[in-house]
Ligand binder design. Structure first.
Ligand code: 5GP
Ligand code: ZN
Length: 123
């Protein structure tokens, strides 16, 4: 897509701090982090939002969801459990869709936020 900033990041036409790449997906650090860890996970193939996805995007969406906890773990944000089962650590995932969803960049992306609270991206 012309003039899509995340397509340009995926094509390496503009720089970013890439933390993961495969055939279908790219993950990079948010330029304006709202948490100690703030990653953006995107499909390389342009799709504007979750509302624009169809059946051809189902595999990609599954891969995107599965990638989030893997990268969170790599950045020290996995959910862990104490001996008595009490959960600790963890991360937040967010996909904004459309103006009422707070979407600013119209190339589908999932935010992954982590690190000790409090941080700006928490709700
Ligand atoms: P949205 O509100 O669309 O869900 O979030 C867009 C996110 O993209 C924001 O958190 C913003 O900081 C991030 N962002 C916008 N432009 C760039 C850029 O050029 N590079 C990187 N790494 N992040 C960007
Ligand atoms: Zn795009």
């Amino acid at each position: 897509m012309d003039n899509c900033i995340f397509c340009k990041i995926a094509a390496k036409q503009i720089p970013s701090s890439i933390v993961y790449e495969d055939e279908d997906l790219l993950a990079f650090k948010d330029i304006n982090p709202a948490a100690p860890v703030h990653l953006l996970l995107i499909p390389k193939r342009h799709v504007a939002s979750l509302s624009d996805c169809d059946d051809s995007h189902t595999d990609m969406l599954g891969k995107l969801l599965r990638l989030a906890p893997k990268l969170a773990a790599e950045f020290g944000c996995a959910v862990t459990y104490e001996a008595d089962g009490t959960p600790a650590g963890g991360f937040k995932t967010m996909i904004n869709s459309g103006p009422n969803g707070g979407q600013e960049v119209y190339h589908l992306h999932m935010h992954v936020y982590g690190g000790p609270r409090p941080w700006r991206g928490q709700h």
